[in-house]
Design a protein around this ligand. Structure first.
Ligand code: HEM
Length: 85
């Protein structure tokens, strides 16, 4: 079962890492640019990027760890490529 879990976690973490970047650039940044007060604008931007930043770093850690695990699983599969019994 472990074989199915890490590629799944890998792709889930990629979605968590990449998805919010679409939200930020398509929706959040244009919305924040409508704030006239530069101090408020900077504060809102900082709060959003800091909070998403934590999630992105956590997701990246999961991507790297599950990616490495995927490599070992692929290597296992290659080892057994010619086992016909
Ligand atoms: C240290 C970094 C990474 C390593 C070692 C790694 C390794 C791997 C391996 C070995 C697979 C094949 C899994 C399988 O078929 O069972 C895989 C699949 C995949 N990886 Fe990564 N990966 C890394 C980072 C990333 C990043 C940064 C992204 C995207 C932003 C990414 C996106 C994907 C996707 C979409 C798949 C599925 C593709 C498929 O199954 O054909 N990976 N990764």
């Amino acid at each position: 079962m472990g074989h199915a879990v890490t590629p799944w976690l890998h792709i889930l973490a990629v979605a968590v890492w990449v998805g919010p970047q679409f939200f930020l650039f398509i929706a959040a940044v244009p919305a924040i640019r409508t704030i006239d007060d530069m101090r408020v604008r900077a504060n809102v931007m900082r709060t959003i990027t800091t909070r998403f930043g934590w999630m992105a770093w956590a997701a990246l850690a999961v991507i790297v760890l599950t990616g490495i695990s995927n490599i070992f699983q692929e290597a296992d599969d290659f080892d057994h490529l010619l086992d016909f019994d």
